[in-house]
Ligand binder design. Structure first.
Ligand code: SF4
Length: 241
């Protein structure tokens, strides 16, 4: 069946995953150099009701009638927290079926908003994508909307981490010559110490590994990162070659 918002996939752990996209492609407040959805065509920092919750939920209901996925990932085609009814959507999915785990993948730009933090905290898993804690690097790699402030992201993430009871994962993408700096790795280590997530993934994005513009990050960088991060008291996965 063809759906407007939903697609079912299987993840490497053989879990069934329902991906729900509810921003018009491609609506984001970032325009990341590596974004697999392509360039951001609607760069906005304004939360909006892109589609009625009822319409999205109707599709999810149809999927659940056939199969309840292990995980329902709220991703948007862009940043999901730009969708102004994200909280309501999470509530409604929880009411629909308590077996599926709800996961939100976010760049963290609205986590400084207490109301959004409360809403998003009803999900079972939050994946925070943060590539750098150095503002000049963020401007280069994430090319964010001018209304986005890195300090707000960091404050918001720390506030979330203090109270969130679900599984909190962090993902860091590294691009050679952009955010593979000692300053980033060092400051990120400090941030991670404070966030105490359940797990962290750090590595390179596949298409860029092979691109001419971006070499693979150097073995020295990988060694340095593993050395500085070696004592982090949670699972760290290194996805370098
Ligand atoms: S935040 Fe996510 S969706 Fe937005 S541009 Fe970056 S990778 Fe793409």
């Amino acid at each position: 069946m063809d759906f407007k918002f939903c697609r079912l996939v299987e993840n490497p752990n053989k879990e069934r995953v329902l991906i729900v996209d509810f921003n018009p492609q491609k609506t984001c407040n970032f325009n990341c150099m590596y974004c697999q959805l392509g360039p951001t065509t609607n760069l906005t920092n304004e939360r909006q009701l892109f589609f009625p919750v009822k319409e999205i939920l109707e599709e999810i209901k149809q999927v659940f009638e056939e199969e309840v996925p292990d995980i329902t990932v709220l991703k948007g085609k862009g940043e999901p927290s730009l969708y102004s009814e994200l909280g309501k959507l999470i509530d409604e999915i929880r009411d629909l079926n308590s077996k599926t785990k709800i996961k939100v993948v976010t760049n963290g730009t609205f986590l400084h908003d207490r109301k959004l933090r409360r809403e998003i905290s009803k999900s079972h898993i939050i994946q925070l994508n943060i590539d750098t804690v150095v503002p000049e690097e963020a401007e280069k790699i994430n090319r964010h909307h001018k209304g986005v402030k890195l300090d707000y992201i960091l404050e918001g993430a720390l506030s979330l981490a203090l109270k969130y009871e679900g599984q909190f994962n962090v993902s860091v993408n590294i691009l050679e010559g952009v955010n593979d700096s000692l300053e980033n790795i060092d400051k990120m280590w400090r941030l991670l110490q404070r966030l105490q997530p359940n797990s962290v993934k750090i590595g390179e994005i596949e298409p860029y590994k092979a691109s001419e513009e971006h070499e693979n990050v150097s073995p020295e960088f990988v060694r340095m990162t593993k050395n500085i991060w070696k004592d982090l008291p949670f699972n760290v996965q290194y996805n370098f070659q």
